[in-house]
Design a protein around this ligand. Structure first.
Ligand code: TXA
Ligand code: MG
Length: 310
C-alpha cells in the first residue's frame, strides 16, 4: 500500500469537522474520532452500536501529548521505551485536567491509551492537534476489520471516509495491560505476554476472564462471524468450513488455511479475514483445527473461544 499524502489530508479534514472515519493500524482497523469532542465520539458509539458503558482506546502520537491527559509510572515508561509504537494498550490514570470527553471513559478516571505503529495513522496523528478515540472498526460483538473491504462489509456506506492503509500486518488487536495497580493483562493480543514479563522482570497476572468484567472486550461472545464455531476439531462435518494451520495432503474446497506451517504470527494475521470469507460464503458452521496455546496462539485461541460462544 503506497502512502498517500492527499488521503491523509482528506482524513484530517473529516476529523477536524467532528466526523468519524475508519483508519488503518498495524493490529486492526479503527473507527476514529477526535477524543476531545463529545459530539464526534458519540458518532463512534452510534455506528458501532456500542453500549456507552464500554470505554474507548485513545491513540496518541507522542509521550508529550499523552502526558497532557494521563499520569505515567515507571512500569509504563519501561514498556513504552521497549514496545511503542506497537501493539500494546495501557490502562492509565486520567489527569483531572484532561480534555478527554467523558463519553470516551464512561466517566471513569482511567484511560486506555495506545501508540500505533502503522505509517499512515502515525502520519495522521502528527498533523492533528488532538488524540484519536478509535475502537476496532466493526459492529459490537462482530468480526474486526483488517482491510478496507472488511470495513465496508461492516458499515456499508455509513462512514464519511475510510483511510486506506492496506492489510493490517499483525491482524489481531493490541494486548491490553492495566497499570493502575500491579500490572495485569486484560486482553491477550498482538504482543506476547512473555515479552512484557521480560521487560518488567516479573510474572504478570492474566485476568482476561474475570467474574466481574473489567474490560467489556472480556465479554463471553465477541469477535463472532455469526455462525457456530467448533474448536479443536480433527474431523469436520460434511460441508463445514475447516480452518487449518498445517498443510494436509488431502485437498478439499472446504479447507481454509491461516498458515501452512503452524506459523502463529501468520495465522493471527489471517484469522479475521478467513472467518469473514467463510461467513460471506454462506457456510452454516466452522470447525477449527487445534491451535497451539503458546505465543500468539494464545491470543488466537482467546478470540476463537469467544467466537465459539455463539
Ligand atoms: O488494537 C487495538 O487495540 C484496536 C486498534 C484500532 O487500536 N482497538 C481496539 O479497540 O481493539 P476496542 O474498543 O475494540 O477494544 C478496546 C478494549 C475494550 O474491550 C474496552 O472495554 C477496553 O479496551 N477498555 C477501554 N478503556 C478501558 C479502561 N479504561 N479500562 C479497562 N478496559 C478498557
Ligand atoms: Mg473490538
Amino acid at each position: 500500500m503506497k502512502f498517500n499524502q492527499s488521503n491523509i489530508k482528506k482524513a484530517k479534514k473529516c476529523l477536524d469537522s467532528n466526523k468519524c472515519i475508519a483508519v488503518p493500524t498495524e493490529t486492526v482497523y479503527g473507527l476514529a474520532a477526535n477524543a476531545y469532542s463529545t459530539k464526534a465520539v458519540k458518532k463512534i458509539f452510534n455506528l458501532k452500536k456500542r453500549p456507552k458503558s464500554n470505554p474507548l482506546i485513545v491513540h496518541y502520537s507522542s509521550l508529550q501529548s499523552l502526558k497532557k491527559d494521563c499520569l505515567v509510572n515507571s512500569d509504563f515508561i519501561k514498556l513504552y521505551k521497549r514496545f511503542c509504537p506497537g501493539p500494546i494498550t495501557f490502562i492509565l490514570k486520567l489527569k483531572n485536567s484532561s480534555r478527554i470527553s467523558k463519553l470516551v471513559t464512561n466517566k471513569q478516571n482511567t484511560l486506555a491509551v495506545r501508540f500505533p505503529k502503522h505509517y499512515t495513522i502515525s502520519k495522521l496523528l502528527k498533523i492533528i492537534n488532538y488524540p484519536l478515540a478509535a475502537p476496532s472498526a466493526n459492529i459490537t460483538t462482530k468480526l474486526s476489520s483488517v482491510k478496507v473491504e472488511d470495513v465496508k462489509d461492516e458499515f456499508g456506506d455509513k462512514l464519511s471516509y475510510i483511510l486506506d492503509g492496506g492489510k493490517s500486518k499483525i491482524g489481531i488487536e493490541s494486548t491490553i495491560i492495566s497499570l493502575i495497580r500491579s500490572p495485569q493483562i486484560l486482553r491477550l493480543g498482538g504482543l506476547e505476554v512473555k515479552k512484557i514479563e521480560k521487560v518488567l522482570k516479573k510474572k504478570i497476572k492474566i485476568n482476561v476472564n474475570p467474574l466481574k468484567k473489567i474490560a467489556p472486550g472480556q465479554s463471553k461472545l465477541h469477535y463472532s462471524p455469526g455462525i457456530p464455531v467448533r474448536l479443536n476439531i480433527t474431523k469436520p462435518k460434511r460441508n463445514e468450513a475447516y480452518i487449518l494451520i498445517n498443510k494436509r495432503n488431502k485437498k478439499s474446497n472446504h479447507f481454509y488455511y491461516i498458515s501452512k506451517n503452524k506459523n502463529l504470527n501468520e495465522a493471527a494475521k489471517n484469522l479475521y479475514s478467513c472467518l469473514r470469507k467463510i461467513k460471506n460464503k454462506g457456510y452454516k458452521s466452522i470447525a477449527v483445527e487445534k491451535i497451539p496455546n503458546k505465543n500468539l496462539g494464545s491470543s488466537i485461541n482467546d478470540r476463537l473461544n469467544r467466537a465459539s460462544k455463539f
